[in-house]
Design a protein around this ligand. Structure first.
Ligand SMILES: CCCSc1c(F)c(F)c(S(=O)(=O)NC)c(F)c1F
Ligand SMILES: [Zn+2]
Length: 263
């Protein structure tokens, strides 16, 4: 299997050709979370998020997703607790989604696909001084994953959706302030699965403590349709490509254990 070889077998990805070799390659993300194989760990504490909406700075199209970026020069927006030993600073959040509501999430639960998945990316500010440093370290990043389902309109998300037409093309940036990412978390953040994995986009470094929320959030069909109106391509390119299916193929578990904070 992909785990035995030192290198992860290259898998065609709709978005980008995966590198042939990934250092280590035995703790890659995303994965399918097999509920009956996850291990309840009573030592897992509730997550403690403390986000300051005033640290929100801009929203931009990086040619893969759209990122809402936060000022991470201080510990104003952080997550701690849960499986984490240290305090982690929020640097950005982004989403992955499909061209249809039938798929789009990166993680799955017992193979169940969701139309989209939110990632809140944090780095270990107790141990490192920059994201760029932390992204290379085992305990460098903490990513909160939240599944999205299509249903009622998400009022808090609408401010973000309204900003998307201004960043339709790759590399476009607009100022974006006073957005509280806590509004995107489900009401219950005590129940989650956690495992050690990687970024799902290059550099694919195996530096992520994942915390995938059991409870999803709901967004409307129309809100998700605006995500799909974004483009992978910059304004100058002749052929414009719709930003959809920006998720990575699932990776082997390679003997890892997924722990749950709930029984
Ligand atoms: C050098 C990365 C720039 S920030 C970033 C990102 F843009 C991204 F898309 C993902 S992801 O792997 O796709 N989702 C967890 C990340 F983890 C990130 F940290
Ligand atoms: Zn992501």
């Amino acid at each position: 299997t992909a785990c035995s070889s030192k290198y992860v077998l290259s898998q065609m990805h709709p978005m980008w050709q995966e590198p042939l070799a990934i250092p280590g390659g035995d703790r890659q993300s995303p994965i399918d979370i097999v509920v009956r194989k996850s291990i309840y760990d009573s030592e897992l504490k509730p997550l403690v998020t403390d986000y300051d909406p005033n640290t929100c700075q801009q929203i931009w199209n990086n040619g893969y997703s759209f990122l809402v970026e936060y000022d991470d020069t201080t510990d104003k927006s952080t997550v701690k607790g849960g499986p984490l030993q240290d305090k982690f600073r929020l640097c950005q959040f982004h989403f992955h989604w499909g061209e249809s509501n039938a798929w789009g999430s990166e993680h799955t639960v017992d193979r169940k696909l969701f139309p989209a998945e939110l990632h809140l990316v944090h780095w270990n500010s107790d141990k490192y001084s920059l994201f760029e440093e932390a992204v290379m370290e085992d305990n460098g990043l903490a990513v909160i994953g939240v599944f999205l389902k299509v249903g009622k309109r998400h009022e808090g998300l609408q401010k973000l959706v309204d900003a998307l037409p201004a960043i339709r093309h790759k590399s476009s940036v607009v100022e974006f302030n006073r957005f509280d990412p806590a509004c995107l978390l489900p009401s219950n953040t005590d129940d989650y699965w956690t495992y050690h994995g990687s970024l799902t986009t290059p550099p694919l470094t195996e530096s992520v403590t994942w915390m995938v929320m059991k409870q999803h959030i709901e967004v409307s069909h129309d809100q998700l349709a605006v995500f799909r109106s974004l483009l992978f391509t910059s304004a100058e390119e002749e052929v414009q490509k719709g930003m959809v299916n920006n998720f990575r193929v699932q990776q082997s578990l390679c003997g890892r254990t997924v722990r749950s904070s709930f029984s």
